[in-house]
Ligand binder design. Structure first.
Ligand code: AMP
Length: 213
């Protein structure tokens, strides 16, 4: 399985991508998680990315392409992967083609989760994330068993610094302006499948599995 997830911030793509990766035994590669790790570790990349992420903007293409090229060259990604949050611009999509072109096997599939903007703003206000293992919760639809504690690793949950309303509006704007053209790009190559991302997590997961079958 070589799959790209496209969807607005807060569309549930991280949650769905994680479940799908576990089910199919391929790595879940989230560029947002990789960047947050770099920020937490205080690396050069992290220092460059932190203010851009906090403001809801996009990290420059050349940096992102370098990161993904390194990640996809690792052994675990050779038999397949699920990309979550990459590509986010047409330039990234074009460069990705060069990176995976040498790989044999399955063609890239692209899945777009459709969720309207008004629903996104509401969802993100109730989103909590684990700064340690990256698990994501929704206080209403997918709450942790114990208030504010990660079920998976026991760390305290936080609202992501870029999950405030002004950053979310900017992230949505970046999605419409820079990432929707990526969906159009894959549509023109007949690689795109669109799935309704609204409703309970399990129902969305079933729709995704059906559309990929
Ligand atoms: P995410 O967790 O996917 O919502 O990503 C969080 C933030 O990381 C985004 O708002 C961007 O600032 C940055 N980011 C993640 N992936 C990319 C990418 N492929 N290109 C540019 N910026 C990215």
């Amino acid at each position: 399985m070589k799959l790209i997830f496209i969807g607005p911030p807060g569309s549930g793509k991280g949650t769905q991508a994680q479940q799908l990766a576990a089910r199919h035994g391929v790595p879940h590669i989230s560029t947002g998680d990789m960047l947050r790790e770099a920020v937490a570790d205080g690396t050069e990349l992290g220092k460059k990315a932190a203010p851009i992420m906090a403001a809801g903007g996009l990290v420059p293409d050349d940096l992102m392409i370098g990161i993904i090229k390194d990640r996809l060259s690792r052994d675990d990604a050779h038999k397949g992967f699920i990309l979550d949050g990459f590509p986010r611009t047409v330039e990234q999509a074009e460069k990705l083609e060069g990176i995976v072109a040498g790989n044999e096997g399955e063609k890239l599939k692209v899945l777009q989760l459709l969720v309207p903007d008004e629903a996104i703003v509401k969802r993100i206000a109730l989103r909590r994330s684990c700064p340690q293992c990256g698990a994501v919760y929704h206080l209403e639809h997918n709450p942790p068993t114990k208030d504010n504690v990660c079920d998976r690793c026991g760390a305290g949950l936080i609202a992501r610094p870029d999950d405030n309303e002004s950053a979310v509006r900017k992230r949505l704007e970046a999605f419409h302006r820079q990432t929707l053209p990526v969906a159009t790009y894959y549509k023109s190559k007949s690689a795109l499948r669109e799935v309704d991302g609204q409703g309970p997590i399990d129902e969305v997961f079933e729709r995704i599995e059906k559309s990929l079958a």
